[in-house]
Write a protein that binds this ligand. Structure first.
Ligand SMILES: *[C@@H]1O[C@H](CO)[C@@H](O)[C@H](O)[C@H]1NC(C)=O
Ligand SMILES: [Zn+2]
Length: 998
């Protein structure tokens, strides 16, 4: 009764906006049906041709998001999404037989909020009647190589929440639609399955893979997304016949030149017979590649349907005349308007036996010289900025809830969610867009971060002053730490560092604060002076063209941070000659200039390894560049290396010469700096308290005075005999085994033996043998490989002078302030096999503690009285448990718990947070848009059973692993069970209560 009342109140509130209650608009009336119930009836024994009218609307590529939406700058590309949706709605309204799908919620939402009530009503009707269906439905059609699972889940959550709140169940996308991304990850398949999708359609797979699949009728399969999750991660996956374009000759858009269907028998142009014969024969050809009597014909392309009349008028005729001809000539073919969802339903009804897949679809090659492995690294600074954006997003989502801030903050929160959703698009994080579009993405994300920081400032204010809205004591400035530049710390004699740790466990992070030379003291919140060390900023950093800073040094200290904690440190610059024993500067223990080309062995790494006694592997770090191929792209042999394609013009890369080395050893960190020719710097450092070796690399400006584009890579050479095998992560979650010059499911011929062995590295790459392992963690997505025994190679930066002819029409030649772009980043190198330690470090580099710097307008003594160490978890989460998401959801909150171990665990979620009382929980699917109890999944017949573990099977050594099943586990109230590798999503009723600890 109470629940009913609540629902009623909710509905009335929602309905307040509309003239008719929302529920009436979204619930199918009698005679109406959406989803599978709205599908056309297929016939047995005939070829059922599902005509799928669609448009592919890139959320930025050659034009910016807004330029595409409004149809501005049509000379660059004729595309205006607002007209597309306007026009499609009109045409759908004309004829109930017509259907259309829409994919990118970023565009749909931009359009929806600008529509009058009359149009919205029509769209509600179209959706209720299954005439307009959503597929995909995330904010954008995300890339699958460079994207991280946390951001993918977030952008689905965001897009799907809009669809659900607007259209209810009829707006629910049933299938994934990844028709343009350049290769497909296994983790994404796993995530889609967990989001309750019934199927996934792909456009681009490797040309050799595709030809063997076409030949063997393997275009559709059951893809197992994750070995540990097993069956629950299985998803039907179909590869489209013609990427996502119409069959040749059947493009009826304003953008095409194909002949329309001319059905006036008196006209000399009459072409119905020819057209229909041609189309039907194409259909039968397509049908050979698929196992059921159904085929899906994509009728649309990039930004098609701006004038939807052209498409629909011709499709109407195509369908009508083909069916007439089939009936007349007994051709047993039937055409009808359909959707991917309806196609999937027909396939399921036919219940074919399907092949299985357990690996992924990387790397993607479209012909023998076109390996799309350059984009794994293209635009490395944008890729890093996207990571930062995610970091800020996680922080503000958490703080909005934990600090109990005002509801209206959700506007800035949503702005950042949208910006991050856009960044996941397959021409955004990939770096395959035009330069001006990159600038626009960066503008968008930067603005969104700036605006959303309002939440962080209010939260900090609430913690320190007890009132979020009081004028803040501090400015909490964001610094450009990747350029070692920070106004507040380099211009003031006392300043405050505020750090937020968005991870659910206590951790240590080395902070490096830009300052001018001097003596500094660092105080922890308890008034204790903590060790710090001053190190000079390397000259190549000081010379970064975009850098505006007077800082000469970095003040280094180790911050001990709490689980979901805010902590601040007070820094005093002390008068010279008053130096005391707590301030330790570096000791420059010697530098030398080398003129010969020998490798520089990083002795600190040897020291570390001896000390840690973990491994005796002998690690050499070398830097190299590949000169890029140049050609006119007319034939594969003339392919250029470009934004998408990696095509080195050499059988091995050119190794850089070390010019100088310097060592800076101190109380906290030992550093060895090597400057190479070609403007490359490598700082290998070991923080004595931390478990890894860090290699901070700087590349650029890349010299192109010789008119040669160059792609820079680092190689870590160990003595591990990895036998041509290496492991790369899939979107930061599971790890896949790779074998040099091989593919798991078909015999590959590699005309490009370097590019064809590159794989996406979102967070991690490793090689191993027995007890030995060498893991390199990255701070952004990069391409990586292992071309020689014992080696890990990662591509860092690319500057190219030619387009590779896949549409972007520009060379990937990034500049800043008139010079080639400089990139600086970090790798963290581990030799341990401790999976928990590694996982925590992977997450820590991915979700780096966020640093704010404020001038200290108050004296130290007053600062000491503030709450400078505040945490929102009672203690660190147990090993294996990751708090993947904590965000507001109306009056409730959305929590995601991830078990990153393979074994089951049980947690009492009511006892984790300090300051939150959990009153009720309701589980949803992974994307938070469906209640768990409403999710059902399809069963498929398979040709054979899945192997226990792909990684063990791949390579044919017959080894099998035993995935821990650990028996059944069950929830008991707030005590929830997480199976190995499981992520569970809950909507939580809660109250903020007084904290127990302070
Ligand atoms: C989806 O939206 C409907 C109303 O549109 C709402 O009743 C339902 O609770 C939503 N589902 C979830 C999982 O939020
Ligand atoms: Zn696209």
């Amino acid at each position: 009764m109470v629940a009913m009342l609540k629902l009623l109140v909710l509905l009335v509130t929602l309905a307040g906006v509309f003239s008719v209650p929302l529920q009436d608009k979204i619930t199918p009336r009698s005679g109406e049906a959406c989803g599978y119930e709205s599908c056309p009836v297929t016939e047995n024994g005939v070829l059922n041709v599902h005509i799928v009218a669609h448009t592919h609307d890139d959320v930025g590529w050659l034009k910016t998001v807004d330029q595409y939406y409004y149809g501005s700058r049509n000379r660059v590309q004729k595309a205006g999404v607002q007209y597309i949706i306007d026009s499609v709605v009109k045409e759908l309204w004309e004829d109930p037989k017509r259907k259309f799908i829409y994919v990118e919620t970023a565009f749909f939402w931009k359009w929806w909020v600008r529509q009058p009530e009359s149009i919205r009503d029509k769209v509600h009707t179209l959706v209720r009647q299954g005439r307009l269906q959503f597929v995909g439905g995330a904010w954008s059609m995300n890339d699958e190589a460079a994207s991280h699972y946390q951001s993918t889940i977030d952008q689905f959550t965001w897009g799907l929440s809009k669809l659900n709140e607007t259209f209810g169940t009829c707006g629910l996308p049933r299938v994934g639609w990844q028709i343009d991304p350049f290769g497909h990850s296994r983790e994404f398949a796993s995530l889609l399955a967990a989001m309750g999708y019934d199927g996934l359609f792909l456009g681009r797979i490797d040309y050799q893979d595709k030809s063997s699949r076409l030949h063997n009728q393997d275009m559709e399969m059951v893809w197992r997304g994750d070995d540990v999750l097993g069956k629950s991660s299985d998803i039907f996956t179909g590869v489209l016949f013609n990427t996502y374009s119409p069959p040749p000759g059947f493009c009826f858009d304003v953008l095409c030149d194909d002949e329309p269907i001319i059905d006036d028998p008196d006209s000399p142009l009459f072409n119905v017979d020819d057209k229909i014969d041609d189309f039907i024969s194409t259909c039968f050809k397509m049908a050979l590649a698929y196992r059921t009597d159904n085929i899906l014909v994509t009728m649309g392309d990039d930004f098609h349907y701006q004038d939807a009349t052209m498409w629909f008028k011709n499709l109407d005729k195509l369908i009508e005349y083909a069916n007439l001809k089939s009936a007349k000539d007994g051709l047993n073919v039937k055409l009808f308007y359909s959707t991917p969802t309806c196609y999937l339903k027909s396939v399921r009804d036919a219940n074919p036996e399907l092949p299985i897949k357990q690996d992924d679809f990387f790397p993607y090659a479209s012909d023998s010289t076109a390996y799309w492995t350059g984009y794994f690294t293209s635009r490395p600074t944008t890729k890093y900025f996207e990571r930062e954006g995610n970091n800020y997003l996680q922080m503000v989502k958490q703080l909005q809830v934990l600090a109990g801030l005002e509801e209206h903050n959700k506007f800035v929160l949503n702005e950042l969610k949208s910006a991050m959703g856009v960044m996941q698009h397959h021409d955004a994080i990939t770096g395959t867009e035009k330069q001006h579009v990159t600038h626009d993405y960066e503008r968008l994300l930067n603005q969104a971060i700036d605006d959303a920081l309002l939440i962080a400032r209010q939260a900090f204010n609430k913690v320190t002053q007890g009132d979020a809205l009081k004028p803040p004591l501090f400015e909490y400035a964001r610094c450009r730490l990747n350029e070692s530049s920070c106004h507040a710390s380099e211009t003031s004699d006392q300043f405050i560092i505020t750090v937020y740790n968005s991870l659910g466990w206590d951790l240590k992070e080395a902070l490096r604060i830009p300052v001018v030379e001097g003596s500094y003291e660092v105080y922890a919140p308890n008034g204790q002076k903590i060790d710090s060390q001053l190190v000079p900023i390397p000259p190549l950093v000081l010379k970064i063209p975009t850098r505006h800073s007077s800082a000469t040094h970095e003040l280094v200290f180790i911050a001990r941070l709490h689980a979901l904690g805010i902590k601040s440190f007070y820094i005093k610059k002390i008068k010279k000659n008053k130096r005391d024993s707590h301030t330790h500067d570096y000791y420059n223990v010697g530098s030398n200039v080398r003129s010969h080309g020998l490798n520089v062995k990083p002795t600190i790494i040897d020291n570390f390894e001896n000390r840690a006694k973990r491994d005796t592997s002998d690690l050499d770090i070398t830097f190299h560049y590949y000169p890029g191929c140049v050609g006119n792209n007319r034939v594969p042999a003339n392919r250029s290396s470009g934004a998408y394609i990696f095509r080195p013009n050499a059988t091995s890369p050119k190794q850089l010469n070390p010019l100088t080395t310097e060592n800076f050893n101190g109380v906290l960190v030992d550093e060895k700096r090597v400057v190479y020719d070609q403007k490359v710097l490598s700082v290998r450092r070991h923080y004595k308290e931390l478990e890894f070796i860090e290699n901070e690399w700087l590349v650029g400006p890349i010299d192109i005075s010789d008119d040669v584009g160059k792609e820079f890579a680092v190689r870590y050479q160990s003595d591990i005999l990895n036998n041509g095998e290496f492991y790369t992560d899939s979107n930061g979650r599971q790890v896949l085994k790779r074998k040099l010059n091989q593919r798991p499911q078909w015999n590959v011929t590699l005309a490009e033996p370097i590019a064809g062995n590159y794989y996406p590295v979102t967070n991690e790459i490793y090689i191993e043998n027995g007890d030995k392992r060498l893991t390199v963690l990255t701070d952004r997505s990069q391409g990586g490989t292992s071309l020689q025994e014992g080696q890990v190679e990662l591509m860092l930066h690319r500057r190219l002078l030619h387009d590779d002819a896949f549409g972007v029409g520009e060379a990937l030649n990034e500049t800043a302030n008139g010079e080639g772009l400089v990139v600086r980043g970090r790798h963290r190198i581990f030799t341990t096999k401790d999976e928990v330690l590694l996982r925590k470090n992977i997450l820590q580099l991915h979700q780096q503690p966020i640093v704010f710097v404020s001038e200290a307008h108050i004296p130290y003594d007053q600062w000491l009285t503030l709450d400078n160490c505040h945490r929102f978890l009672k203690s660190s989460l147990p090993d294996g448990l990751h708090l993947l998401t904590l965000e507001p959801r109306g009056e409730q909150l959305l929590l995601r718990f991830e078990n990153y171990k393979d074994t089951n665990m049980q947690i009492d979620i009511s006892n984790l947070f300090d300051g939150i009382k959990i009153n009720g929980i309701h589980e949803t699917n992974l994307a938070g848009n469906r209640w768990k109890e409403d999710v059902e999944s399809f069963e498929w017949r398979k040709e054979r059973e899945f192997a226990d573990s792909f990684n063990k099977q791949y390579g044919g050594n017959g080894e099998t692993s035993h995935v821990s099943s650990n028996g059944q586990i069950q929830d008991e109230g707030f005590n929830v069970a997480l199976k190995g590798k499981e992520i569970r999503t809950f909507v939580i009723d809660y109250d903020l209560v007084k904290k127990e600890t302070l």
